[in-house]
Design a protein around this ligand. Structure first.
Ligand SMILES: [Zn+2]
Length: 281
């Protein structure tokens, strides 16, 4: 009889507890102060520890990672491991096994371009297909180096990905390019990461990009961006993300307004001469 009389009190306490936890969760998501506090002191500990054999690939291939301070480097590692744990990597077209290097490089690209955001997991994408070289798409009837699609698949060709890492300052990086497409796609499709970036700012960026696209198409003077960027706004964004990370200083000197917009969208400033600045934290 006595046990039963406690039942409503326990129920109320559970309900209050649930409401407090929900309120904290919502506050953390909506308050920049709490978000900063959470990710500065607590959040980074919630990522899995990286498996040590991935580390040499990060050190060798990601100057961005090497320039981070200790705390952010551990955060980068945890997010790389999380990406690897979350995704199914599938070998295609003659590749027998997906190597540790493949996983580390692909995950590193995804983590680097979203590093300004506390925890973008590319949740919409659950499979990563890896081809040895350019592959033929039966949908577009063309050869591709990589693509992302709304069915949740990221496709990359290994030879082109490796080529992108060969010179980290040439503004060509397939991994960043495809992840930039994925980033825009996850803001369009309906998923739990929906609307994480400022849509208005992206519209301003696209508008400013039209000037550059026009410049390239009409040959109105030299452009920092390769011809392919002028195909459409999506391609311009993807190419500009490559240039943003690999030629930050040149990009800023060339068009500070466009650079600053992209820096605000990605919440990062990777210009040299100082540690990487994570704008939001
Ligand atoms: Zn593209």
């Amino acid at each position: 009889m006595e046990d039963e009389s406690y039942f409503p009190i326990i129920l109320v306490l559970l309900l209050v507890g649930f409401m407090i936890i929900s309120a904290i969760t919502i506050s953390v998501k909506t308050s920049s102060f709490l978000t900063q506090f959470w990710y500065k002191w607590i959040g980074w500990k919630s990522f899995p520890e990286i498996q040590r054999f991935y580390l040499p690939y990060l050190v060798r291939s990601f100057p961005f990672y090497s320039r981070l301070d200790d705390r952010h480097r551990r955060l980068f590692e945890g997010r790389v491991q999380q990406f690897i744990n979350d995704k199914e990597f599938i070998p295609r077209g003659g590749i027998k096994d997906v190597s540790d290097e493949m996983k580390a490089l692909i995950a590193g690209c995804a983590v680097q371009i979203t590093f300004g955001y506390p925890n973008i997991r590319f949740g919409h994408f659950n499979r990563v297909l890896i081809y040895p070289d350019d592959y033929y798409s039966t949908i577009t009837r063309q050869y591709h180096k990589g693509e992302v699609n709304s069915r949740g698949i990221i496709v990359l060709s290994w030879s082109n990905l490796v080529e992108g890492f060969r010179d980290p300052t040439d503004g060509l990086q397939l991994g960043f390019h495809e992840m930039a497409h994925a980033l825009r796609l996850i803001n369009i499709v309906d998923n739990d990461e929906y609307d994480f970036y400022d849509r208005e700012l992206m519209e301003h960026f696209d508008f400013a990009a039209l000037m550059e696209i026009r410049k390239i198409r009409l040959g109105e003077g030299p452009s920092l961006f390769r011809n392919y960027a002028s195909a459409n706004s999506d391609e311009f964004f993807a190419v500009s993300v490559e240039v943003f990370f690999e030629q930050s200083d040149v990009f800023y000197a060339y068009n500070p307004q466009l650079y600053t917009m992209l820096s605000t969208i990605l919440k990062l400033d990777p210009r040299s001469g100082k540690p990487i600045r994570v704008v939001s934290r």
